[in-house]
Design a protein around this ligand. Structure first.
Ligand code: ATP
Length: 237
C-alpha cells in the first residue's frame, strides 16, 4: 500500500528489461524536491541530462540551456559535468578543476533540478564523453543518461571518440546554435532538436572582462559574480 501523497512525488514509468520483462519504475515528478527514498523497495529511474563543459567559468548561457532542458523536456535532472581537461582545448587558460567546480556549485545551489558533477575528476585523463558515460551507466544502472549538446557539437560529433557508440547507445538532446548548421548527424533517430533562446555569452568573453577589470555582473549568476569579485580568479596572466 502506497501512502497518500506518493503520486504527487512520483510518476509511473515502465521500461523494458531483459527478455522483454516490463519493469515498472517510479520517477520523481517535477517540480523537483530533493530526492526522497520511499520505504517501498522499488527501483527509481531518473532521466538525467548530462551537460559537459569546461565551465571556465560557468555563465548564464550555460544555465539557460541547463534549466531549459530540465524544465521543458522529459529530463528529470541536468548534471553540469565539469571536465578536467577537454582534449580539444588548450590547458593554459583553464582555471583549477576545483575552482571551476566550486563556481558551478555556486551557480546551481538554489536549483534542485541542476547539479554540479565532478565525476570526470577521478577518471583517466583526457576525459572522453563515451568513457564517462560508460562509467556512469555502470555506477547508476537505475538512471537513464541523455547527452546535451549544442548544434555546433553535433555538427562535429564524427570527430569524437567512438561517436557511433554514443549515437547508438544514448539519446542526444541538441539545442540549435544561431547561424550554425547542425549537420547530417542531427537527423539520427536518437537525436532530438530543441530551440532554446540564444544568449551570446562565452567563457572566453568573461575571462577577458575579468582580466581587464570589467564587470561580469548578470553575465554569470549572482553568487558566481560575488565570488569572482572577491578574489583573483582570471585576473592574472
Ligand atoms: P570558452 O569560451 O572557454 O570556449 P564556453 O563558454 O564555450 O567556453 P564551455 O565550458 O566550453 O564554455 O561550454 C560547455 C558547452 O556549453 C559547450 O558545448 C558550448 O558549446 C556550450 N555553450 C557555451 N556558451 C554557450 C551559450 N552562450 N549558449 C549555449 N551554449 C553554450
Amino acid at each position: 500500500m502506497i501512502g497518500a501523497g506518493f503520486s504527487d512525488l512520483f510518476v509511473f514509468r515502465s521500461i523494458f528489461g531483459p527478455e522483454n520483462a516490463v519493469w515498472v519504475t517510479f520517477v520523481p515528478a517535477k517540480p523537483a524536491q530533493p530526492l526522497k527514498l520511499c520505504n517501498c523497495s522499488r527501483l527509481i529511474t531518473v532521466k538525467i541530462g548530462l551537460f559537459f563543459g569546461s565551465f571556465n567559468p560557468v555563465h548564464t548561457g550555460h544555465l539557460v540551456i541547463a534549466n531549459y532542458m530540465a524544465t521543458q523536456t522529459d529530463l528529470d535532472r541536468v548534471w553540469l559535468v565539469v571536465s578536467p581537461q577537454n582534449p580539444l582545448k588548450p590547458r593554459k587558460t583553464l582555471a583549477r578543476d576545483h575552482d571551476r567546480l566550486h563556481l558551478v556549485r555556486l551557480a546551481v545551489e538554489d536549483n534542485p533540478l541542476l547539479k554540479a558533477s565532478d565525476v570526470e575528476f577521478s577518471l583517466p585523463k583526457p576525459s572522453y564523453t563515451v568513457d564517462t558515460l560508460s562509467y556512469l551507466k555502470e555506477k547508476y544502472p537505475e538512471h537513464e543518461f541523455v547527452l546535451i549538446m549544442g548544434g555546433d557539437n553535433i555538427a562535429t560529433l564524427d570527430q569524437w571518440k567512438n561517436y557511433h557508440q554514443l549515437l547508438e547507445g544514448y539519446y542526444i538532446y541538441v539545442y540549435r546554435r544561431p547561424h550554425v548548421e547542425s549537420g547530417a548527424l542531427a537527423s539520427h533517430p536518437h537525436v532530438r532538436m530543441f530551440d532554446v533562446p540564444p544568449l551570446d555569452i562565452s567563457a572566453t568573453y568573461i575571462r577577458d572582462c575579468l582580466k581587464k577589470g570589467q564587470s561580469v555582473r548578470y553575465l554569470v549568476p549572482d553568487p558566481v559574480w560575488e565570488y569572482l569579485e572577491s578574489g583573483n580568479m582570471y585576473r592574472g596572466d
